[in-house]
Design a binder for this molecule. Sequence first.
Ligand code: FAD
Ligand code: PYC
Length: 417
Amino acid sequence: MQKFSGWSLLKEAFGGHQGWKTQWRRAAPKAEYDAIIIGGGGHGLGAAYYLAAEHGLTNIAVVEKGWIGGGNTGRNTTIIRSNYLFDESAKLYDHSLKMWKDLSQVLNYNTMFSPRGVMMLAHTVHDMQVSKRHIHANRGNGVDNEWLSPEEAKEFCPILNIDPNIRYPVLGAALQRRGGVARHDTVAWGYARAADALGVDIIENCEVTGMRIDASGAIEAIETTRGVIRSKKVGVVAAGNTSVVMGYAGIRLPLESYPLQALVSEPVKPIMPCVVMSNTIHAYMSQSDKGELVIGAGTDAYNSYTQRGGLHISAHTLESICELFPVVRRLKMLRNWGGIVDTTPDRSPIISKTPVKGLYVNCGWGTGGFKATPGSAHVFAHTIANDAPHELNQAFTIERFRDGLLIDEAAAAAVAH
Ligand code: FAD
Ligand code: PYC
């Protein structure tokens, strides 16, 4: 009989039969591919996987300037939900949420998806009205969401402070029970391993530094720190750096790059059963399976490409967190970090063809693209393979900014996330 120690079970959970460190071939670039994805985050690796698995394109490469999952995919706070206001967003994010459910089985890799419920707090009358509007709109789209009184919110999350005398009292909450968290880097590793098994080349330490466009206006090659690589199809998924990369093709996009920060506490025994977000006071918290409290803030107020951010943001966030969850006041913080997110004016993504034939872009997820990883990758692969959008991303074009057809989640939520 095979004996399992706790350690071997842990290894099994993380890496299947390949062990703790997932291996894929550290490929050297070929001279030419049928398609290239620029950016080895979850969205890029996922797009490569679906191109191979669903569209039969296996002569493809993912080029990544650092290491896979080292961008926002490995830096986010893993909140997964689909409670967006507008029809287009709700359908796209819910497509993704449904894919999360089976992703571990599809990839044979444990993404640790845990639908433990995402509760969004209301602190003002305006918050309550916005939340209830979201709940009705979500239900109209078949997306679960429900209103909780302060007492019901506390029952769902017992460490929540519902004292009516605090600075931002909890007046109620919107709860999406199907929402939750996952382990962020497993998504990059899982897609990488599955794509690699289908023949995809994953090329790390390979920064794209230029693009070559032929006389007819079609993409013909990318220039990289590891040489020129030819392809007639190139997908850009380089969150935070999209403007720079698309600039190589002479395309300007309505994007701004900002630092977004997060931090984790020392690990403690389970005290928090769900995710709680407060958009009004720019703070949110959940507890990882390792026991760390995972805490996030709103974006910094200035544009930057640095993966850090200002300290005052974390300090402000911690003040709010301690007021909402007084039980954490004496905990030590282990580490803080930042990532660079790129945001559009309507805080909705762009998943689109571009004016350069064969060049596609997936960007603008801002503070909220982790939850969208499987769905975004899936529809982006469809767009690249068919040179036409999937029905779920046909509204998310570049042209919507020219034509005034915004999907204005920013105005809808009036919040940082
Ligand atoms: P990334 O993982 O950033 O991948 C892009 C890759 O492109 C990077 O690895 C980068 O190195 C590479 N690249 C860039 N330029 C080049 C180049 N020239 N050549 C080659 N490669 C290049 N979203 C949620 O849904 N829920 C959350 O709770 C959440 N919390 C967040 C908290 C923080 C602190 C941050 C920073 C983000 C958060 N997000 C959240 C947003 C989410 O992380 C991102 O929207 C999502 O991970 C983007 O995935 P991606 O694959 O597009 O980008
Ligand atoms: O989109 O839910 C979200 C989110 C939470 C924190 C950052 N983004």
